[in-house]
Design a binder for this molecule. Sequence first.
Ligand SMILES: Nc1ncnc2c1ncn2[C@@H]1O[C@H](COP(=O)(O)OP(=O)(O)OP(=O)(O)O)[C@@H](O)[C@H]1O
Ligand SMILES: [Mg+2]
Length: 344
Amino acid sequence: MVVKKLEINGFRNLNGFAVDLAAGKNLIFGANGSGKTSVIEALYFLGFGKSFLAVQRRELVCFGGDGFYLSAEVTDKSGENTVTACLEKGLALELNGERSFLAQVGRHLYPLFFSHFLYSQVIDGAPHLRKLIDRFIYGLSSLYLHDVLRYNDALKQKNHLLKNLGRPINNSELQGWNRLLAETGSKLVKKRMAFTNQLNGAMGEAFSDSLSLRYDPALLSGRPFSETTLLEDLDRARAAEIRSRRSLIGPQRDRFEVTVNGRKLQLFSSGEKKKYLLMLYMAYIDLFRRARGEYPVLLLDDYDAVMDERNLEFVLGHFPAMQVVATSVEADERFERCFELKKE
Ligand SMILES: Nc1ncnc2c1ncn2[C@@H]1O[C@H](COP(=O)(O)OP(=O)(O)OP(=O)(O)O)[C@@H](O)[C@H]1O
Ligand SMILES: [Mg+2]
């Protein structure tokens, strides 16, 4: 998939911004504070309905404004499509002028984001890596979003019940939520297991270093996993959950870890960490291409902060047909098209 044109209005410091992107490697450059990250953030927002930063949607509206409007013309194997996101009273996503859902939009625009802050968060924080893996799985199958939303919704209701200890806990109600959590949660665990195997296969094929993703589901038993074993675990955890007034086990607490030759990625130097995480991304991109018959759009914020010469050559050269939108403070002739952003 290729973003041909991007328009941004009233988003962060950008207003009346429009850019025609090349199908290959693009670089947005300009001084600090000129709005480079905001351009990438707008593209990400169009694909995921949220920012990659921990901000509320409203905080993305240009100071003093009432809302924002983003639009991208995207070419993918289905043809040309226009994706828009408009935040006024609420958020409206549209595909070719018609109201649409995130999962539908995700079939045409899947931005894959890599930056120095993401890399440090992902390596050192279990929830960040879990979220990244979830986004990866969603990239391969948009239905996964539906499973995650159903699970999260049931979990919210169960936690509400557990917190509400002013009245005696209603055991059958709790059991009902546990049954739903086991049904929806087991789908998540199975998809995470399958994805981990797929990614490990792709990494094993592509690289000689033994780079590996380890998945540890937050379960009590070490038995072969099934919906029934998850329900049994939830039953066994019930007394402890009532005491602590919150859910203690389930996919919301699963852990992933990246290892290289059996050693945790955290133990490597920062240059090595960057290299290995990029390799993991490259293996994912290969899976994406095989599953969907096209490439995601790779967003690289402050690419020179995360990459030395060799890594950049590797990323730009590894998938010649993939669109890249990178940012930096300076122009770089290795990119096919460079756009300068001027600070107003
Ligand atoms: N809601 C907002 N409305 C208006 N401006 C904002 C808003 N949020 C952030 N800004 C400002 O927008 C400007 C652009 O930010 P951005 O992070 O895109 O810059 P950048 O070009 O990536 O800079 P750097 O090179 O430092 O990474 C900054 O001055 C920032 O303070
Ligand atoms: Mg920036």
